[in-house]
Design a protein. Sequence first.
Length: 95
Amino acid sequence: MPDRPRPRRPAAPASREARSYSITELAREFDITPRAIRFYEDQGILAPARAGASGLTRVYSPRDRTRIKLTLRGKRLGLSLLQIRELIDMYESPK
């Protein structure tokens, strides 16, 4: 049998940075409540953009997604939210 060309996969998004997430998507992905995500926002860990006519809809970036992931890792290690925020901020600050 002659070799047939493999079917092509659909192209991946050009940039992961262009992706945005809703509060529900992130809550499901990380198995936490939307209320917990809003709490992290109140604590200064997250800073979602606002969308919609009234500006009430939160739009989370890949940066926010990473910050949630790091926050949950820090909590598993027993760090306080203040310590976690300081570590994340140090990591992101220019040298």
